[in-house]
Design a protein around this ligand. Structure first.
Ligand code: PMP
Length: 425
């Protein structure tokens, strides 16, 4: 099992056998409320009939088409619709099969872009402590979670890290975005001064860090990063693998924060998790620049399964559901109730922070000395046993339900968590 201590895994694996809407079912038919939308990837709920039908039809019509030198209608149609979903903030998309591949693709695209412009010396990347950008060598190298890096020797050189913005002393129990820490974006100036802007290719950040345990950007922080990138001719990449497709009740986090990156990496909700797919969104200036490269293939990169017909069908059907069922509007209508429900856990034993934005929540628990993560893991196991799926990173419980949830699901989720945390050792 990935990201699992397999050797130590003595218990029988938790197994889910089917899913519909807000719920998984195990092999005995027991319902488990999905408090995490799978791994943040099922915004529209499970086994949505529109998506199921679309994929069934696609596999019966065109099972596979090579993506090199040719294509199929759904790949181009999906690209058009994704650009429209972004409010035409971007001009092109490039398909991958996962978030990790989207990150590595975006990094290569940035390097190729600078080369064509005659700035081949712009090769450094700047990311952030505690950032997570997948498991490819590019993404791992700009990643800022030590556990993900330390086993694998030398990674890409030329990466610097902005400080993370997690600060319990100043920001604990903030509702929505924290107030303190906007100035941490100015650290970019220090890094730029150290290397000279002419050597820096791009800044890559998650608009909010998910895998690190839901670390929210302080108010104004991302706008400041954008300003500084513009000042120094540095491209800005938002890794929206978890925040894309409605998590903040806007199409992308970029819309929520009103900051336009130059490139955006996405995956997960792109196909509602039904068929693996990622996509890099790029501003037209990147495409137009690459088109000026010397004759031949402009961007020497791609995957056998880029724009896979089944993934495209799932992507098109997902966008249809977003539109027809007004999913973003519904998500927005739930955010205040969600925030209140989360913050009702304040005062429970060991709860040292509660964080929320959009339909995202985090409960940070005080660690047991010498046993980091043990307390949250105990809560996770108990929640699953009692029919609620949550997710943990260290001693943080992260919540990211399907966007279609109703108040009754919020009540069930936080009712269970209240009970579990009240009695947690
Ligand atoms: N970037 C971010 C911000 C992510 O959260 C993730 C996955 N959780 C990835 C990249 C990697 O995506 P994948 O697992 O699809 O490779």
């Amino acid at each position: 099992m990935p990201f699992t201590a397999n050797r130590d895994y003595k218990e029988a694996p938790r197994v889910v056998a089917s899913a519909a809407g807000m719920y998984y079912r195990d092999q005995q038919g027991r319902e488990i409320l999905d408090g995490t939308a799978g791994l943040w990837c099922v915004p529209l709920g499970h086994s949505h009939p529109t998506i199921v039908r679309a994929v069934q039809q696609a596999v019966a019509t065109l099972d596979y088409a090579p993506a090199f030198q040719m294509g199929h209608p759904a790949a181009f149609e999906l690209a058009e619709q994704l650009i429209a979903f972004s409010g035409h903030q971007f001009g092109q998309v490039f398909y991958t099969n996962s978030g990790s591949e989207a990150v590595d693709t975006a990094m290569k695209m940035v390097l190729a872009y600078h080369r064509v412009r005659g700035e081949a010396q712009r090769t450094r990347f700047i990311s952030r402590e505690r950032g997570y950008h997948g498991v490819g060598f590019g993404g791992m190298s700009v990643g800022g979670l030590p556990a993900n890096r330390k086993h694998f020797g030398n990674l890409l050189g030329g990466v610097d890290y902005l400080p993370h913005t997690h600060n319990l002393e100043k920001n604990a129990f903030s509702r929505g975005l924290p107030e303190y820490g906007t100035h941490l974006a100015d650290e970019l100036e220090r890094i730029v001064a150290l290397h000279d802007a002419s050597t820096i290719a791009a800044v890559i950040v998650e608009p909010l860090s998910g895998s690190a345990g839901v670390i929210l950007p302080p108010k104004g922080y991302l706008k400041r990063l954008r300003e500084l990138c513009d000042k120094h001719g540095i491209l800005l990449i938002f890794d929206e693998v978890i925040t894309g497709f409605g998590r903040m009740a806007t199409p992308f986090a970029a819309d929520f924060f009103d900051v336009r990156p130059d490139l955006m990496t996405t995956a997960k909700g792109l196909t509602n998790g039904v068929v693996p797919m990622g996509a890099v969104f790029s501003r037209s200036m990147i495409y137009d620049t690459l088109m000026q490269s010397p004759a031949g293939i402009e961007f020497f990169h791609g995957y056998t399964y880029s724009g896979h017909p089944l993934a495209c069908a799932a992507g098109l059907a997902s966008l249809q559901v977003f539109k027809e069922e007004k999913v973003l509007e519904h998500a927005q209508s739930m955010t205040a109730y969600w925030e209140d429900a989360l913050h009702s856990l304040k005062g429970l034993p060991h709860v040292i922070d509660l964080r929320n934005v959009g339909l995202i929540g985090a409960i940070e628990l005080e660690s047991i000395p010498g046993k980091p993560g043990a307390r949250a893991m105990a809560a996770y196991k108990q929640a699953f046993a009692e029919g609620v799926l949550v997710r943990t990173t260290g001693d943080i419980i992260a919540l990211s339900p399907p966007l279609i949830l109703e108040k009754q699901h919020i009540d069930l989720l936080f009712g269970k968590l209240h009970q579990i945390l009240k009695n947690l050792a």
